[in-house]
Each structure stands twice: as C-alpha cells, then as structure tokens.
Ligand binder design. Structure first.
Ligand code: BG6
Ligand code: MG
Length: 227
C-alpha cells in the first residue's frame, strides 16, 4: 500500500454513529437528581467520551459537601446509571443511525480501508448490533480491556494495532473533546463532529454527521500530510 493512503478509520460510537450521547445525558441526569447533585447539559459536555466511573467521579465533585463514597457505593451508583441507560437504548434500531453514517461506512468499505470501533462504552456491542452495522467493523475494541480511558490514546492505539495499521495513516472520528485529544495523542488525524469550542485540536471539523464526506476527509488528510 502506498504510504500516502489512509489505512484505517476508527470510529467513536456515542454521538458519532448514533445519538446515544443524549441517552447517557438523560441517565446521568436522573442519577444526579436523585443524589441532589447539580448537573446540566453544559457540564455534561465535559463527560462525553469519559468512562462510566470517570464520569460518575466528575459528577460527584459538584456535590456539596463532596461525598466520600466507598468503592462498593460508587460501583452501585455506576450500575444504577447503567440500568437507566440500558432502559433508554432498548429500542434502538437501524433508523437511529445518524445521518450520513451508513454512506460513510459503505464508502470506506468500498475503498478497502479497514475500520474499528473505539468506544469507551461497555454497551457498544449491544448498540452496534441493534443498529445493524456490526458487519461494517473489522475490529471492535473491548472497552472493558482498556486500562486508561480517553483522553489517553490507549483505545485508539489498540484499535490500530488490532488492524495492523500505522497510526500516522489512521483517521479517528469523535464528537467529544476528550476523544479528539485521545486521537491526537495516538498520532492520528482527528475528525471532529461538533462546534469549534469543543474540538480545538481537530484537524478537520464538521457541524454534523451529514457532512462526513469521505472524499473531503481524505483531501484534508492528504493536505495535512503534504505540509
Ligand atoms: C462513551 C460516552 O462513549 O462511553 C460516555 O461518550 C460514556 O458518555 C462512556 O460514559 C461509557 O459508556 P458505558 O455505556 O460503558 O457506561
Ligand atoms: Mg462520543
């Protein structure tokens, strides 16, 4: 393969492939309300991409007085949020794929470029199955085996290694700042879906998934690698 060719595309799931980012928010909101901890959409932005336990700890930092829960209690609260979340994702179907994603996956496949799912979610397999797109992915990184969550690059580097791809010729697609940081730390080209404030380090930015056009991404990648 020529050195300038993209070898692999690694996808975030929540907020990129489907709008489960909203369900994570609703489930955390329910838990935070029960615990009477302040929590709103603005604060939720900082949680996107973080693991379940990292998110919970960040939420609890806002509680006054700040509680010092045991490990068991923290895990009970994380489980409770997950039950709320699982209830919300039960009905997900192929109609919940975000606009442009099916086309993008097809375009990438047609070009023979490999794909991996690099989601921090332990529910990723369930969601991908429900969406009917599991067969598009050559690798699905198991979040349960990742030691360091985003913004650490581990999950993206693991995906690249499983695909036998050189990170310098990989594209990562993310909707969260922590995710973009993880992609950059992995030495990959970062495509951000969202607003410039949340995507400061993105190499290529689109407002929504409907604008994720593979040829445009490839041109931006080639331009960056030239200069
Ligand atoms: C990420 C989401 O993809 O997965 C986070 O952006 C979420 O909001 C994280 O906390 C972990 O998900 P789960 O399903 O394992 O609780
Ligand atoms: Mg996301």
């Amino acid at each position: 393969m020529a050195a300038s060719h993209i070898q692999a595309v690694l996808f975030d799931l929540d907020g990129v492939i489907t709008d489960t980012a909203e369900y994570h928010y609703l489930a955390w909101k329910k838990l935070a309300d029960e615990l009477q901890v302040p929590f709103d959409r603005h604060f939720n932005e900082a949680l996107k991409g973080l693991s379940r336990m990292d998110s919970l700890k960040k939420i609890l930092e806002n509680a006054r007085p700040e509680p010092s829960f045991s490990k068991e209690k923290l895990s009970e609260l994380a489980d409770r949020k997950n039950e709320y979340y699982k209830e919300l994702i039960r009905q997900i179907s192929p109609a919940d794929l975000l606009p442009g994603i099916h086309n993008l996956l097809e375009d990438i496949k047609e070009r023979g470029i490999k794909t991996a799912l690099a989601s921090a979610s332990k529910n990723a397999m369930f969601v991908i199955d429900r969406l009917g797109v599991a067969s598009f992915f050559d690798e699905i990184v198991d979040a349960a085996r990742i030691q360091h969550g985003k913004p650490d690059p581990e999950i993206f580097l693991t995906g690249a290694r499983k695909l036998d791809a050189d990170p310098a010729f990989c594209i990562g697609i993310e909707d969260a700042e922590a995710g973009i940081q993880a992609i950059k730390a992995a030495g990959m080209f970062a495509v951000g879906v969202g607003t410039p404030e949340n995507m400061k380090q993105a190499d290529f930015l689109v407002e929504g998934t409907q604008d994720l056009d593979f040829e445009k991404i490839e041109s931006a990648f080639l331009l960056k690698n030239k200069g």
